[in-house]
Unconditional design. Sequence first.
Length: 195
Amino acid sequence: METGRLTERGGADLPGFRSTYRSCGLVLSSWLRGLGLLSSVVLASCNYSFVAGSFPPPHVQSVAIEPFENETTRFELTGELYDQLLRRLPSALGIRTAGADVADAIVRGSITRYDVVAPNYRAGQPGQAAAVLQRQVNISVRVEIVDLVENMILWESSNVTARGEYAEGSPEDGGRLRAIELLVQEIVDGAQSNW
């Protein structure tokens, strides 16, 4: 049995102690380096924030909204869609409205489809008509948002469609207005998803 001796520092100099001490020191050193690296990553991630591209670009501060051309036989659509776009689009994009001659961007488009369908009905007895339970208004538009400062299209879609349901016997106006609200939301979502 070997006996150890005291070192100058007062620690024991036992066989195997020095190698154990060294291996513990290496493990501890590696552990501390790993902890330091982990701390750096955690602290760095605290300063990280995800910033996707923004819509509209920073130089676009105002938007003009033109009444959409109407390719349908429902002439009231132009005014109803214009009112909703004017009311909701600028605030949703964080910009203000302006006339086309001074605006930084312009929204324009065409109403391409308007139809009413009966998606929910109950089949009638033989020889009887089906009982319609619900009707649905479908509206489609072609739309573009153009940057007038940079003279480029910021976002466009040839077919944005929205549907508004209403119960059979209720006025069609309710379904139409619901479809227009959803259409405006689709335009906002489409524009923002592009950036």
